[in-house]
Structures are given as structure tokens and as C-alpha cells.
Design a protein around this ligand. Structure first.
Ligand code: AMP
Length: 193
């Protein structure tokens, strides 16, 4: 979907997990927050996004960023600086109990990062995209039940206020994230101008 649109996918979660895997100082700092389901401090993720965007002129989709008002304001300042406005902000709406069910049943491959779900998309023995052998599945520390509950509380306290922030600017598009995957995909494509 992103490729068809010529959009680069930039996920702060993926960037942080890569730093944790590589054992960089940033990764070591981030890991304790991530395992508990807390947000990594603004200065760390803003620095990461600034680095990823520096010198790039292609179109991109940010995934999982911004998650606080401070991050949103920093992003505005970065984009103002290069004259690249935000086209749309997508909010995926999913009931809390459905999120708990989804995250609790998610298994992720250590090699290629693909996710499977015990019920909706079970692993069928496909080869790992990185090693070619079977996928090495594990449950992410932040998909364990205590961390999931904390992530949802953190979302309500720190991220939900962004809905009003972007609604006031006429940028907010909502997508029914509880719909089947192909319907969600169609809604996302429609939401991108
Ligand atoms: P995700 O894969 O987007 O769910 O991110 C996994 C974890 O990485 C989150 O629970 C946070 O601990 C951390 N993280 C990812 N993006 C951000 C962000 N924009 N701000 C702070 N922490 C983040």
C-alpha cells in the first residue's frame, strides 16, 4: 500500500527495536521504557525522527509518531523548517477489549519482524524473510498483559490529546481499525490525499 503510493514507511517502534537489537546506547536506554509499555522520552524519539528526515525529500508516512503533544510540536517545527506540510493524520479507532485481544495474541518473528496472530492470522510455517528458515516467533515484552494495560493507559493520558490537536487543524481522518484488514486498507488509501 505504501509502495504503491511511493511513501516511505518510518516507524519509531521499528527504529527503537532495531536499536535495542543492536545494543546501541540509545537502544539500552529505550529498552526499559519499552518493556514496561511506557513511552521513550520525547528527546530520544524526536532526535531519531530528526535524523531519519534530515536531507530526505521523498514522501513518507510516520507510524507511531507523534505520541505526545511535545512530539507533535517538534514535528511541526521540523516540517515548517523544510516547507513540507502534513497532508493527513490517521487515527485508527479500535475498542479497548479488542486491542487487548489483538496484542495478547500477537507473535512476532525475531528475524524478519513479521507479526502473526493466534486467532486471526496464525503462523503457517512460511519461511522467515531474513533467514529463509522457519520464523523464530516470540511474544514482544510489551505485548504481555501488564504492559498492554499500561500502554493503553499511556495512550489515553498522553496520545489521545493529539486527536483534538490535529482535528483543530483539519488534518484528522479516522479509520475503523476493528474492520477486516482489507477494509482498513481501503480506508487508509482513501484517507491519504
Ligand atoms: P510501537 O511498535 O509503535 O507500538 O512502539 C513500541 C514501543 O516503542 C512503545 O510502546 C514505546 O515504548 C516506544 N515508542 C514507539 N514510538 C514512540 C514514540 N513516538 N514516543 C515514545 N515512545 C515510542
Amino acid at each position: 500500500m505504501l509502495k504503491e503510493r511511493g511513501l516511505r514507511h518510518l516507524s519509531t517502534g521499528d527504529l527503537l527495536r532495531a536499536a535495542v537489537r543492536e545494543g546501541t546506547p540509545l537502544g539500552r536506554e529505550a529498552k526499559t521504557y519499552m518493556d514496561a509499555g511506557d513511552l521513550v522520552p520525547d528527546a530520544v524519539v524526536i532526535g531519531m525522527i530528526r535524523e531519519a528526515l534530515t536531507g530526505r525529500t521523498d514522501d513518507f508516512m510516520l507510524d507511531g509518531f507523534p505520541r505526545t503533544l511535545g512530539q507533535a510540536e517538534a514535528l511541526d517545527a521540523m516540517l515548517d523548517g523544510v516547507g513540507a506540510p502534513i497532508d493527513a493524520v490517521i487515527s485508527f479507532e479500535v475498542p479497548r477489549d479488542e486491542l487487548v485481544r489483538r496484542l495478547g495474541g500477537r507473535w512476532t518473528c525475531r528475524g524478519c519482524g513479521r507479526s502473526f496472530h493466534e486467532v486471526s492470522s496464525p503462523y503457517g510455517g512460511e519461511p522467515c524473510g531474513a533467514t529463509g528458515a522457519g520464523c523464530d516467533l516470540h511474544q514482544r515484552d510489551d505485548d504481555r498483559p501488564e504492559a498492554v494495560a499500561n500502554r493503553l493507559d499511556v495512550y489515553d493520558a498522553q496520545t489521545a490529546p493529539l486527536i483534538g490537536y490535529y482535528e483543530a487543524r483539519g488534518l484528522l481522518r479516522t479509520v475503523d481499525g476493528a474492520a477486516p484488514a482489507d477494509v482498513v486498507q481501503a480506508q487508509v488509501v482513501q484517507a491519504i490525499p
